[in-house]
Design a protein around this ligand. Structure first.
Ligand SMILES: *Cc1c(COP(=O)(O)O)cnc(C)c1O
Length: 708
């Protein structure tokens, strides 16, 4: 933490801003930190907390006397105060019936900013975007998660046979992260305690501010805890089931106790994915303690609980063995006033009495449950029908709220500038109004194209920077340099495939006919390049095999350097990719992608989607704002589906996409392509914004829960 005595009084609130990640989605504040000290801004990885601790006294004195900087500072502070403290918000106008209490949001991971690497992928991005949007709309929200000092692993790719992914864990320096430790009234680090079998563990808490939303991150690495429990919260999504259940007990049971200890009394509780379900049990225990019997207590909890599930494939659900649950909850079910069998029944799904299914528990304990896209809603109702055997499938009580992305976080600064110029300074305030986007035709195609080319060059710069770093570290050969993007061509049609490596996303689909692909990529006049990025879960060997396959091809000179693999996909890399690619490719096996959000981030930046109609794209695709791969009936055999989609993908590329991209006017502008970019922006931005999504959660689900 920077010592505030060094920061001159005139700009003393820099520290407050640095500790509220609000700055990260308010462009003028970002510019202000950049101007404060550009080299420290870059060296800190865009992390003002670290930046402030490295700036010299002289530099502080200079900027504190620089009128241009002071104007930026005053503007950012004024906007911050206005936004954080404004009494009239969308929420006060539209949801006053929610009352005073906040919504408590529980999630295993949060992606709020890259300086806080406590996320693995889409689930965390969604949670972060919800916290930010709740703040923007004035919805009182607190969030509960984990402070993982080592987070998720960093990925490096190497040429070791059969093991191209190196998993590197770095420990976060808490002093450089935008977090503040909360202390108990007695000054101790343990805010509350939770019992794991016969061990009582203290739980420490770190506060992260995302605008108005307080995010409380739980931490077991405090001195009073014995080893190995101190390491319990080190890493996200470890394969070890014992650690997973312990983490989920801390999150669910500990999370409720932490909020109580901090004097926070939520009126609605929203669980994000099955990892959070023990939260519902702990609140039931509280009601039983107040004198209710179990059914009454469960009814009270249900009324105030919202649950969102994200997993359309059964194997992806969080399941613990009955004996494991037994060993942690014997003693706990007594405090709920129920016996073992009733307790185990809460996690029962179908004919699997040995399994305790965390999603089944959530669906039974939440009064309102939702899926994350229309199609996923259908899949979920079918999958969970056995929990409501008396109901027909379409009456299974699982609704859907299609995901969205936080526009101020994901829009490129250059486009923000262009939209401000043509649509008005208040365009972000009106972002989900489709009428606003009818005016996108007022923006000249030339201007959008210039903007896009600039973003593509930024992507190139980021690719080269990463590569340069690896070159300096040594141990990379020429082919690896090529696969890292040494031959990136900013003039070539650029297709990005950036996502978790996992079988159902079929990253290898493009390579089914390697010769045909090679012809497409290496066309001398109309070349195409592929940029891959994504991590394999350390314990998912099928996925690692796919990654190896793609990496080997990227290293194969026969593709002439037109296939690249960007290491260590994270929020930062995602920003460059969703801003600077031309095409966003997604090829999930149908009905297996719950929603997906990266395609939305791309679309709002004019990066055109080329995707299987699954998840959100089944709703987002309108026939003229991108392309649908392999449309046709479902229930194909997997190999037939693969063959159909591959053929469709190659056909689209050869006959439609490549010709459209290279059809240029004398000034170099591909006008029809840019028109499609515009349709992508105007159709996707208002409808798949986090604004639309959070308004839906609030007005449909939170208000109903609060009323009960
Ligand atoms: C948006 C995002 C995701 C989620 O992308 P999907 O569309 O669900 O594949 C994952 N990781 C990062 C870093 C992201 O920014």
């Amino acid at each position: 933490m920077p010592s505030s005595t060094v920061i001159p009084a005139r700009i003393a609130r820099l520290e407050e801003l640095a500790y509220n990640l609000w700055w990260s989605w308010y462009e003028p504040a970002r510019q202000m930190f950049r101007a404060l000290d550009y080299s420290q801004w870059r060296l800190s990885g865009h992390n003002p907390v670290k930046q402030l601790s490295s700036i010299s006294k002289e530099r502080f004195a200079d900027v504190a006397a620089d009128p241009a900087f002071l104007t930026m500072y005053d503007t950012a502070i004024a906007a911050f105060d206005a936004d954080i403290k404004k009494p009239h918000t969308w929420f006060t106008t539209n949801c006053s019936s929610l009352g005073a209490g906040p919504v408590a949001y529980f999630s295993m991971e949060y992606a709020i900013h890259n300086s806080l690497p406590i996320y693995a992928g889409g689930l965390g991005i969604l949670a972060g975007d919800i916290c930010k949007e709740a703040s923007d709309l004035g919805i009182p929200m607190v969030a509960v998660g984990f402070m993982f000092p080592q987070g998720y692993f960093h990925q490096q790719l190497c040429n070791t046979p059969n093991q191209c992914q190196l998993e590197i864990y770095r420990t976060l320096d808490f002093n450089e992260a935008p977090i503040t430790r909360l202390l108990a009234p007695n000054g101790g680090k343990a805010i509350t305690r939770v019992k794991l079998r016969n061990v009582i563990l203290g739980i420490g808490v770190w506060l992260v501010k995302a605008g108005r939303t307080n995010v409380y991150l739980l931490d077991t690495t405090i001195e009073e805890n014995p080893e190995p429990y101190r390491q319990l919260s080190s890493r996200l999504y470890v394969a070890d089931r014992e650690i997973r259940i312990q983490q989920e007990i801390i999150l669910g049971i500990g999370g409720v106790r932490v909020l109580r200890a901090l004097g926070v009394n939520p009126i609605v509780w929203h669980g994000n994915e099955g990892h959070t379900s023990f939260m519902m049990l702990e609140r039931t225990r509280e009601e039983v303690l107040k004198g209710k019997n179990f059914p009454e207590a469960a009814d009270i909890v249900r009324a105030g609980t919202v649950f969102t599930g994200h997993t359309p494939v059964m194997a992806g659900h969080d399941i613990f063995t009955e004996s494991m649950v037994d060993s942690y909850f014997n003693g706990y079910w007594q405090s709920l006033g129920i016996d073992r069998q009733t307790f185990m029944g809460l996690g029962l799904y179908g004919n699997n009495p040995q399994d305790f299914n965390m999603t089944a528990l959530a669906l039974k304990m939440a009064g309102q449950s939702s899926a994350v896209s229309e199609l996923h809603g259908k899949v979920a109702r079918k999958m969970w029908n056995p929990l409501w055997p008396e109901k027909p499938e379409d009456k299974v009580p699982i609704e859907y709220v299609t995901n969205g992305v936080h526009v101020p976080t994901w829009i490129a600064a250059e486009l923000n500038y262009t939209f401000t110029k043509y649509l008005g300074t208040d365009w972000l305030a009106r972002q989900d109004d489709p009428d606003l986007w009818k005016r996108i035709d007022e923006i000249p195609e030339e201007e959008i194209w210039t903007c896009h080319q600039r973003l593509k060059l930024k992507l190139l710069g980021a690719v080269l920077n990463r590569m340069r770093g690896r070159w300096l570290d040594g141990n990379v050969n020429g082919n690896q340099m090529m696969s890292m993007g040494a031959l990136f061509d900013p003039q070539a049609l650029t297709i990005a495939f950036a996502r978790r490596f996992t079988e159902y996303k079929r990253p290898d689909l493009l390579f089914r006919d390697a010769e045909r692909l090679k012809r497409i990529l290496t066309d001398p006049l109309h070349p195409v390049q592929l940029v891959f990025a994504g991590k394999s879960h350390p314990a998912d060997f099928a996925s690692k095999y796919l990654l190896q396959k793609v990496y080997d091809l990227a290293n194969d000179p026969k593709f002439q350097g037109r296939i690249m693999f960007i290491e260590d996909y994270d929020m930062h890399a995602a920003h460059y990719l969703v801003h600077g690619a031309d095409i966003w490719l997604n090829m999930p096996r149908r009905l297996q992608e719950a929603s997906g959000t990266s395609g939305m981030k791309a679309a709002i930046n004019g990066v055109i989607n080329l995707s299987v109609r699954d998840g959100w794209w089944n709703e987002g695709y309108n026939g003229s704002n991108g392309w649908a791969i392999g449309d046709g009936p479902d229930n194909f055999r997997a190999d037939e589906e693969d063959a159909r989609d591959t053929a469709s993908l190659y056909d689209l590329l050869e006959k439609v996409i490549v010709p459209l991209y290279y059809q240029r006017e004398a000034n170099g502008v591909p006008r029809d392509w840019v028109r499609m970019m515009k349709r992508s922006i105007s159709s996707v931005l208002p409808a798949f914004s986090a604004r639309r999504m959070v308004k839906e959660y609030a007005s449909r689900m939170y208000v109903a829960a609060a009323r009960k």
